[in-house]
Design a protein around this ligand. Sequence first.
Ligand SMILES: *[C@@H]1O[C@H](CO)[C@@H](O)[C@H](O)[C@H]1NC(C)=O
Ligand SMILES: *[C@@H]1O[C@H](CO)[C@@H](O)[C@H](O)[C@H]1NC(C)=O
Length: 411
Amino acid sequence: MLLKTALLLVPVAHVLMLDNGLLRTPPMGWLAWERFRCNTNCDEDPKNCISEWLFMEMADRLVQDGWRDLGYVYLNIDDCWIGGRDASGRLVPDAKRFPHGIAFLADYAHSLGLKLGIYEDMGKLTCMGYPGTTLDKVVQDAQTFAEWKVDMLKLDGCYSTPEERAEGYPKMAAALNATGRPIAFSCSWPAYEGGLPPAVNYSLLAEICNLWRNYDDIQDSWDSVLSILDWFMQHQDILQPVAGPGHWNDPDMLLIGNFGLSLEQAQAQMALWTILAAPLFMSTDLRTMSVQNMDILQNPLIIKINQDPLGIQGRRIRKEKSYIEVFMRPLSNEASALVFFSRRTDMPYRYQSSLAQLNFNRSMTYEAEDVYSGDIISGLRGETNFTVIINPSGVVMWYLYPIKNLEMSQQ
Ligand SMILES: *[C@@H]1O[C@H](CO)[C@@H](O)[C@H](O)[C@H]1NC(C)=O
Ligand SMILES: *[C@@H]1O[C@H](CO)[C@@H](O)[C@H](O)[C@H]1NC(C)=O
């Protein structure tokens, strides 16, 4: 009897499932890195340097400008917050820039209904040269983050070997779990292994991480958006199936509100990232955002699509003449999102298609809502030809849903 029990317990003890209940839909919030980098020059640039004051300002904006209520609840610190380790080896923040400490910042975020994310690196040093989490420090650092009441950890991979990463990421997942505090875990691991099998085991990642960076860091340019999109599309047969509730691919932050994208390109990034079921991490100065950019990021329908409870990542379903692409993401209630994307650089392009050509059920009638204009397109049957006018480096995005016929709906 005892032996039987012991045998039954063995598999449970050996399989570590990431079952922390977090991020059933992609995380939404604000992350410092892309916009504010490692600006530590608080003497000359006090309003923009990485400091507790910057995070408190952004926290206030997240609440006062309506972001939090739309789901943008994560306030995430990136690199350059660390001051060192104290005599007992415990991480301490930079005393000048974070004088009240990280626990204070977490309390501040929580008092506003936000969550605090923090950053470390599974190596000797962080990417910008601050103390990293070496294998012997993983458990202590997880405990420190939990004591500070941190809600998410992004663990980068600079200055580490493949062997250290292979041991360190699962070790950190176990250490976070052992703290008893639910802490979402963002792993940069696959990005350091080329992002593809066999070097990357996505089944394992889904068991230890809530999200993972697959590919290069995003930079503030349209070229960067396209290079990330191209890589994700080239490998969509590998990447699409591995995403789902609690475990997401992360093509990196949204650039919207910064300097590199036109308004059309900003709409395109938001639409394409939503098709990818990507985390919506803004990295921009929320204090100076234009109304147009705010409208893109606060569009309730696009947020609803991004946060669809089925959590199915979409795919590119058409690539025509190297400049028109169509993307589709299946959603709950038999709805779907369609994105028509143009890489042209001349003038608005008239793209003609039909739902039958896009492999939708021919026997049903659909209605679509244009996500950005709000227009309703009704009476779409399988064979109905439609034309969408797509601006250069822009998108048309539809929320498409079947209309039940009258007899059916009256039953
Ligand atoms: C730790 O893992 C167990 C088993 O997967 C899970 O039930 C529990 O919720 C996890 N706890 C935390 C705090 O993540
Ligand atoms: C990938 O990880 C899973 C889950 O841990 C494991 O069962 C599987 O054997 C691994 N695959 C390879 C090729 O190592």
